[in-house]
Design a protein around this ligand. Structure first.
Ligand SMILES: *Cc1c(COP(=O)(O)O)cnc(C)c1O
Length: 235
C-alpha cells in the first residue's frame, strides 16, 4: 500500500534530522527510537504513519489511546502512553500498550503492577522525572528516585526500562539542553545504585522543538508530534 505522500515526506525528514543529530555525537541512528505522537490527528493519519514505516505511535491521553488502538486494531502498531495515567484507567490501558513512558507516582506503579499481575504480563515502563521543576508538571523530583527504587524493584510485573522527561516549554533551548543532560546524569548515577532487576537503558526525551538536542544529550527514544504533521492539506 502506498503511504500518504506528505506523511511519508515528513517522516523521512524527521528521520534524517534524527540521523544527523546522532552522527554529530558519533551515535548510531538505529539506536534511537522514534515514537510518533498522534494526539493532534486522526487515527487514519496514525495508520498512514504505520504504512510509511513508523509503527510506534504515542498518545498522551489514555481515552484517546483506547479509541485509536481500537480503530487500528488490525494494524501492527506498538502503542506508547506518553501522558499522565489515572489509576482508574490502568486496567483498560495495559492490554493495549507496549510502553508506558509516564509512571509519575509510586501509587501508579503499584496499580500497574497489580493489574499486570492479573493480566499475567510484565509491563514495560519508564519513570517520569520532573526535570524542569515546574510544579504543574507530573513526575518524580530527581532527588526522590533513588529512595523509591527499592520499592519499585519489588513490583515484579513492572519492567523498568529507563527515565522520561519533558523540557520546560518556554522554547529556551539552552535550558532544554541542561535538563536533558541532567536526566542523563541522573540515569547514569542511578544505574550504579539500582537493584539488578531495574534496567535504566532508555532515556525518553525530546519533542518536535528539541529532539535533536535531546539526541545529542543521549536520548534513546524521542516523542515527535507536530513535526510529522506539517503541511498537511486540511481534510
Ligand atoms: C504532545 C507530546 C509530545 C509531542 O509534542 P510535539 O511538540 O508536537 O512534538 C511528546 N511528548 C508528550 C508527553 C506529549 O504530550
Amino acid at each position: 500500500m502506498e503511504p500518504h505522500p506528505q506523511i511519508a515526506a515528513n517522516l523521512g525528514r524527521v528521520r534524517q534530522r534524527i540521523a544527523a543529530a546522532a552522527e554529530r555525537r558519533g551515535r548510531c541512528a538505529a539506536d534511537i527510537k522514534l515514537v510518533a505522537v498522534t494526539k493532534y490527528v486522526s487515527a487514519d493519519l496514525g495508520r498512514q504513519l504505520a504504512i510509511a514505516g513508523c509503527a510506534d505511535l504515542g498518545e498522551s491521553r489514555p481515552q484517546e489511546l483506547w479509541s485509536k488502538a481500537e480503530t487500528l486494531a488490525k494494524w501492527q502498531v506498538r502503542w506508547h502512553l506518553v501522558g499522565h495515567l489515572q489509576r482508574n484507567k490502568v486496567d483498560r490501558t495495559l492490554p493495549l500498550v507496549s510502553l508506558i513512558h509516564s509512571v509519575d507516582s509510586l501509587r501508579l506503579a503499584e496499580a500497574i503492577d497489580q493489574s499486570a499481575t492479573k493480566l499475567g504480563r510484565r509491563i514495560a515502563v519508564l519513570i517520569e522525572v520532573n526535570v524542569s521543576g515546574d510544579r504543574a508538571k507530573h513526575g518524580f523530583a530527581a532527588t526522590e528516585i533513588q529512595r523509591i527504587l527499592p520499592q519499585l524493584a519489588k513490583l515484579d510485573h513492572l519492567e523498568i526500562r529507563g527515565l522520561m522527561a519533558m523540557a520546560s516549554p518556554e522554547g529556551d533551548l539552552a535550558a532544554a539542553r541542561r535538563q536533558f543532560a541532567a536526566l542523563r546524569e541522573l540515569r547514569d548515577g542511578l544505574r550504579s545504585v539500582a537493584p539488578p532487576t531495574i534496567q535504566l537503558a532508555e532515556l525518553s526525551m525530546g519533542m518536535s522543538a528539541d529532539f535533536e538536542i535531546a539526541i545529542e544529550e543521549g536520548a534513546t527514544i524521542v516523542r515527535v508530534g507536530s513535526a510529522l504533521f506539517e503541511d498537511l492539506p486540511k481534510i
